[in-house]
Design a protein around this ligand. Sequence first.
Ligand SMILES: Nc1ncnc2c1ncn2[C@@H]1O[C@H](COP(=O)(O)OP(=O)(O)O)[C@@H](O)[C@H]1O
Ligand SMILES: [Mg+2]
Length: 240
Amino acid sequence: MPLLEVEDLISGYGKMAIIQGVSLRIETGDFVALVGPNGSGKSTLIKSIVGLTTIFEGQIKFDGSDVTKQQPEHIASMRLGYVPQISNVFTDMTVKENLEMGGTIIRSSAHKREIYERVVTLFPLLASRENQRAGYLSGGERQMLAVGRALMAEPRLLILDEPTAALGPKIADQLFLKLSEIRSQLGVTIMLVEQNARKALGISNHGIVLIQGKKAFEGTPEQILNDTEIIRLFLGELTI
Ligand SMILES: Nc1ncnc2c1ncn2[C@@H]1O[C@H](COP(=O)(O)OP(=O)(O)O)[C@@H](O)[C@H]1O
Ligand SMILES: [Mg+2]
């Protein structure tokens, strides 16, 4: 059974459909890169999965349960983690408080401490900044905190919306490396939306290309990177 299954999804905002009939499957253990030009609907597609858009048609199943039109809180409680592109940390709260808030659905405090240790081991930088307000972190640190915060709820699937968008190439590479570790060491399935298609495809095992609200292509990263037609369609992103 796929971990995530989207069937013939039509979704958008108000009465406007942006996603125009998308189907996809993510298997447990996958690292999926969702790429495509600006405005193609990548954010809208993942917002639909986590319950933040209007769904007109189609079905979304997570771990076999129908989550179509469910409340975002309910979907999150099923251990589907989402790191939005902006406003993904509370700037007035400390690093530690942000992380603790991420783990509010974990009941046992011993278990929560265990997860906390796991997160700060993955991001040692967060441990050294525990008592600092998140607003004082650099862009890269803030994104690491946003990812750490999502990990505090022990997601089975972690969906990230352009986590490297505002970062320099070096910090972006560090974050990509962490995402690979999160998949290989913590066993979290990952769906990554990225403008930097080449980099994202380089660390994924499956790629989906979204163009104008439709799935234009999917396959292995090699298939996508070797497809001259697809490269032509969004050359800008692939030549970075
Ligand atoms: N909150 C919103 N309300 C109305 N339209 C939106 C909203 N957010 C995005 N859109 C529109 O949806 C389309 C797809 O946007 P988006 O999903 O953000 O694309 P991407 O993430 O691929 O850049 C764009 O035409 C955009 O203007
Ligand atoms: Mg977007």
